[in-house]
Design a protein around this ligand. Structure first.
Ligand SMILES: N[C@@H](CCC(=O)N[C@@H](CS)C(=O)NCC(=O)O)C(=O)O
Length: 122
């Protein structure tokens, strides 16, 4: 089972690498604004989870920087996710705003939130 999972994971990463979406172009000014907005965000993920790949591809497309936390291999990340978010499900977006921390699960919700926030820089 573990071997099959590893093979599938390798295929997912290979296909993802071959078919990366085109990145949005950002000016230096936009880059500064975006980095300021994403500074307090983190994505908790498993490297080969297809739902995480979907979110990572959107982050790549939007050309934004959000740190990735490996909740499968990093015990600290897994603990933070379970204690903060309430369950060990990935992907999960941790957002810290005005001193408040929120945890967003579900790849579709995360991508909708990121698109809404970052397709147009204000
Ligand atoms: N509907 C969720 C599905 C997420 C999901 O099933 N994630 C799996 C990994 S692919 C998970 O977190 N499993 C928990 C575990 O393996 O401990 C989404 O779209 O984000």
């Amino acid at each position: 089972m573990n071997v099959i999972r590893k093979i599938l994971g390798a295929i997912i990463l290979f296909v993802d690498g071959l078919t990366r979406p085109r990145q949005m172009q950002r000016t230096d000014e936009e880059r500064v604004k975006l980095d300021e907005q994403t500074r307090k965000m983190q994505i908790f993920e498993f490297r080969t989870c297809p739902f995480c790949v979907k979110v990572r591809r959107n982050i790549h497309r939007l050309n934004i920087n959000i740190p990735l936390r490996d909740a499968r291999n990093d015990p600290d990340a897994a603990r933070e996710l379970i204690e903060g978010g309430g369950k060990r499900q990935v992907p999960c977006l941790r957002i810290e705003e005005d001193g408040l921390v929120s945890w967003m699960y579900e790849s579709n919700d995360i991508n909708a939130f990121l698109n809404e926030r970052f397709e147009n820089v204000t």
